[in-house]
Design a protein. Structure first.
Length: 309
């Protein structure tokens, strides 16, 4: 009887707002089909998977696939490259959307502000294949834009896409150019919620624009920034496979081989398909990502008092 009474308000809300629940249905189905159902197949990481015997019939091998990866010659190379590119992308790209949002928030000319927003967030909608194609043309050592300016300055044209030292900067810089404007939208929305009377009182007290940004805008952005930082840390090892794979070539392979591309090559491109080995590496990557997000969330709560939970 008590359960029925408690359920009644829920059913009433569902009946009243059925359109919202209907919109929620598709994302829930997607989450179930593409995130929870595949968890059943994760067990092949602990098996010697054979297509003819299926997941249930394949023999168990325990942690043999994990030990194989930890002892492989590529382990150190792949892990180091993944961590370097991931944290470089995380730390290097974190402050720029905040800075862009703070600058745009101070612009009072509406047309200029909208133009800058359009120019900065439009690259986000460029597909990864097109983006890498643009990069290959711009950084081409013979016909690229950088080669053109090098000839004007009578310098040797640099091969940015084939340079090991330049690859991390090209990868992170292109990602920053593509996403900085889109990520700034979130911070602009947060800045719009800050009480304008705080700025009015600060102006009366003689505060400059920089002081108002430092003491009013930044503290208002801090909770959102911490949450986004923790969420991005959870994806720190999940580098864009398409972009990395398309940017790879024999000249930069020593610094561009990461976990996702290595899993693809050993799991699908090798002469002997080894799904169990690839799944073990992917599962290990997920465990490390979980540990990172828990650690960063705890640090964020200690340092700023804000986190996901």
């Amino acid at each position: 009887m008590i359960a029925a009474n408690n359920l009644s308000p829920v059913l009433k809300r569902a009946k009243r707002d059925w359109q919202l629940y209907l919109l929620l249905l598709l994302p829930l189905v997607w989450l179930l089909v593409f995130r929870y159902v595949p968890m059943y197949g994760a067990q092949i990481a602990f098996k010697k998977y054979m297509i003819t015997q299926g997941i249930a019939g394949s023999p168990w091998v325990g942690f043999a696939n994990f030990e194989r990866f930890l002892k492989s010659a590529k382990f150190e190379l792949v892990i180091v490259n993944t961590l370097v590119l991931s944290f470089y992308q995380l730390i290097g790209g974190f402050p720029f959307p905040i800075i862009l949002a703070l600058c745009l928030n101070q612009v009072r000319q509406r047309a200029f502000k909208k133009t800058v927003q359009l120019v900065t967030y439009a690259p986000h909608f460029i597909s990864m294949v097109v983006l890498v194609g643009i990069m290959l043309q711009v950084f081409h050592p013979r016909i690229g834009l950088t080669a053109y300016f090098a000839r004007i300055l009578e310098l040797d044209a640099p091969n940015w896409m084939g340079s090991r030292s330049a690859f991390p900067h090209v990868f992170v810089g292109s990602g920053l150019w593509q996403n900085v404007g889109f990520r700034a939208i979130i911070y602009l929305a947060v800045l719009a919620t800050i009480d304008p009377t705080l700025h009015e009182a600060a102006v009366v007290d003689g505060a400059s624009k920089l002081q108002r940004i430092w003491y009013i805008d930044l503290p208002g952005l801090l909770p959102t920034a911490m949450v986004l930082l923790v969420l991005q840390t959870g994806r720190v090892l999940n580098l864009s496979f398409e972009k990395i794979y398309l940017m790879q070539n024999p000249l930069n392979i020593r610094v561009s081989e990461v976990i996702s591309t290595y899993v693809y090559k050993v799991g699908l491109l090798s002469t002997v398909l080894d799904f169990s080995y690839g799944s073990a590496i992917g599962l290990l990557q997920g465990i490390v990502s979980l540990v990172l997000i828990l650690t960063v969330n705890r640090l964020a709560r200690r340092l700023s008092g804000h986190g996901i939970w």
